[in-house]
Write a protein that binds this ligand. Sequence first.
Ligand code: SF4
Length: 166
Amino acid sequence: MERILVSACLMGRRVRFDGRAKTVDDALLAGWRAEGRLVPFCPEVEGGLPVPRPPAEIEGGVGGAAVLSGAARILTPEGSDVTRHFLSGAYSALALARSMGIRIALLKDGSPSCGSLRIHDGTFRGSVTPGAGVTAALLEADGIRVYGEDRIAEAAEYLGELEATL
Ligand code: SF4
């Protein structure tokens, strides 16, 4: 059975920076949960950050790949550099995915870790820009398909393709 790595906050875990969850109420997700496919994970908590914690954004909104290459940092509004925690969490997510043979991830879009299509632009003004977070970029570079919570139907389609080849 194909397992799916899922942002823990989408499954109701209160792990976000503000101490809240971002629970997704979706029939497909509920079905996958009942089948035991879902592997919840929070890269930022796994990377050693507390709940709650200050918000953080990739400087310049340049995307997770730049952070992975050392070209950009992740900062709080006060300028604290929390990059190492984000990197640690991303590599933990990749290690977990590899250990379980995971090929699909469903991650919270907009996050500096989990975002797949958009992230915040580094100004802390609520503005988003196209790009991926650190964990999403690392997983995708390893061939794992990452979908945001508004693309669950596409994830289901890909899941069907993978299972058809098993
Ligand atoms: Fe959710 Fe990912 Fe942020 Fe953790 S790092 S709270 S799983 S979006």
